[in-house]
Write a protein that binds this ligand. Structure first.
Ligand code: DLL
Length: 431
């Protein structure tokens, strides 16, 4: 316990941030040719960083920059100092590879231990880790944090469902960590096998992908768990553990003694006001091997102004609403997948899973089909009315017409990883 720093005043945080920013800029400019090029293009030197306000003048770093200098684009230390690498899944373009020094690994472990502490976990807990191990940061991060925290890690990784269920029962694990998709898959499996009374879970920590309230509630109901936490992170900022919602569940606390978060308008690239939704841009304050300066995450969220009822002074951002590059254009309307969540979420009879399929018709028009699972309690007799109701809401809220297909519960594919919800067959794009 005691991983979360207490009583850091705003002045103390500002000093940590300015010192960390200066150190990071000096370090990156002394050691990384990518940063040297980026800063030279913008006509900025390390001496130009005198106050925190100067951050706004520094050039952004985007994912295409990382791909251009593949495989170790940001490496700012010697090979001997690098003790590990991790990489993103690389579904679009080359994967992003990040390097870690031993100090980076230590900072990550402490950062993740803070998340476990924030969730109210104790050292008595047994933590079933059901995410991929290996190049992906997920398994390594949950494991590292668990060991640093001092709870018992049950390092399952991506094994088959039988083995997960067997170990949940045998080990009497109390905490389940996974992607939202995997938590749903396991919850449905536990229900199907009638094992609820044989397991002992009381917390779920899920992350790595956007998920709706409906999905979260469904998972909680099936597993009999009230406490579900949302963990955020990305390979570029060590991995999972960059933030977690507290017991108040009113936003994700993030560690502003380790990172500076900015929220910008993804089109004008100017900062938006606190409380307004925009793209999250992150600057690291301690990363040695792969420092980040104004890294565009493309994740859309907002800073939640004001104090958290839990009393923790670390600031909060809202749950991730999606990625600025997730947006698709259908019949001249810009649509983010989370807008579909918001349409489906409050409706009776609708399950938590859906898919959006976009096709190009022979008549030249685009066609959107929304495939939606019926909830367990709904009847097939009501499918026609349900589909008409969803079409009507789509028309009123998004001003688009789409075909709506109602499917049986569990008809859509389940995955242990991150779910794909948009299938754009118009030019081969999917997200
Ligand atoms: O997904 C790290 C992670 C693993 C986080 C396990 C949480 C749990 P990447 O593969 O680099 O890293 O993908 C990072 O995933 O930019 C977001 O778009 C998305 N993402 C991560 N956490 C959340 C979340 C891991 N809690 C990308 N809610 C990020 C929504 C999330 N999206």
């Amino acid at each position: 316990m005691g991983f979360i720093p207490q009583n850091l005043t705003r002045e103390a945080i500002k000093k940590i941030q300015l010192d960390g920013l200066r150190w990071t800029v000096n370090h990156a400019l002394a050691n990384s040719s990518l940063y040297q090029r980026n800063f030279a293009k913008a006509g900025i030197t390390a001496q130009d960083v005198r106050s925190l306000d100067d951050l706004q003048n520094l050039p952004f770093l985007d994912k295409h920059d990382l791909q251009a200098d593949y495989p170790m684009p940001l490496k700012s230390v010697s090979d001997e100092a690098v003790v590990r690498i991790h990489g993103s899944s690389g579904t679009t373009g080359k994967r992003k590879v990040m390097c870690y020094t031993q100090k980076d690994i230590d900072v990550w472990a402490d950062m993740f231990a803070r998340c476990y502490e924030l969730s109210g976990m104790t050292r008595q807990d047994r933590v079933h880790i059901a995410v991929g191990y290996g190049l992906w940061t997920a398994g390594a991060g949950f494991q590292l944090g668990c060991e640093r925290f001092g709870a018992m890690a049950v390092p399952m990784g991506p094994v088959n469902t039988d083995m997960h269920v067997e170990m949940l029962v045998d080990m009497q694990s109390t905490v389940f960590c996974s992607t939202a998709s995997m938590a749903l898959l396991m919850a449905e499996e536990v229900k199907k096998r009638g094992l609820l009374s044989k397991i002992k879970l009381n917390k779920i920590i899920l992350g790595a992908e956007r998920h709706s309230d409906a999905m979260r509630n469904h998972i909680g109901e099936l597993l009999g768990v009230d406490e579900i936490y949302d963990i955020y992170g990305l390979t570029e900022v060590y991995g999972p553990g960059a933030g977690l919602d507290c017991t108040a569940h009113e936003g994700i606390h993030f560690w502003d003694d380790l990172f500076i978060y900015e929220i910008i308008d993804p089109v004008t690239l100017k900062p938006v006001a606190d409380g307004e939704v925009g793209e999250l841009v992150i600057t690291s304050l301690k990363k040695e091997a792969s420092p980040l300066i104004r890294y565009r995450t493309h994740d859309m969220t907002r800073i939640i102004p004001g104090d958290c009822p839990c009393g923790l002074s670390f600031p909060r951002h809202d749950r991730i609403q999606g990625r600025s590059d997730d947006m698709f254009i259908y019949r001249a309307v810009n649509i983010y997948p989370n807008q579909i969540d918001l349409i489906l979420d409050p409706m009776d009879g609708v399950g938590s899973e859906y898919q959006i399929v976009l096709d190009h018709q022979e008549n030249g028009r685009d066609m959107m089909t929304l495939k939606v699972e019926r909830s367990d309690s709904a009847s097939t007799n009501d499918d026609t009315a349900l589909s008409a109701m969803i079409s009507d809401r789509l028309r009123r809220k998004l001003l688009v017409r789409a075909a709506v297909e109602i499917l049986d519960p569990e008809a859509l594919p389940r995955t242990q990883k991150k779910s794909q919800r948009v299938f754009d067959n118009r030019n081969g794009n999917s997200s």
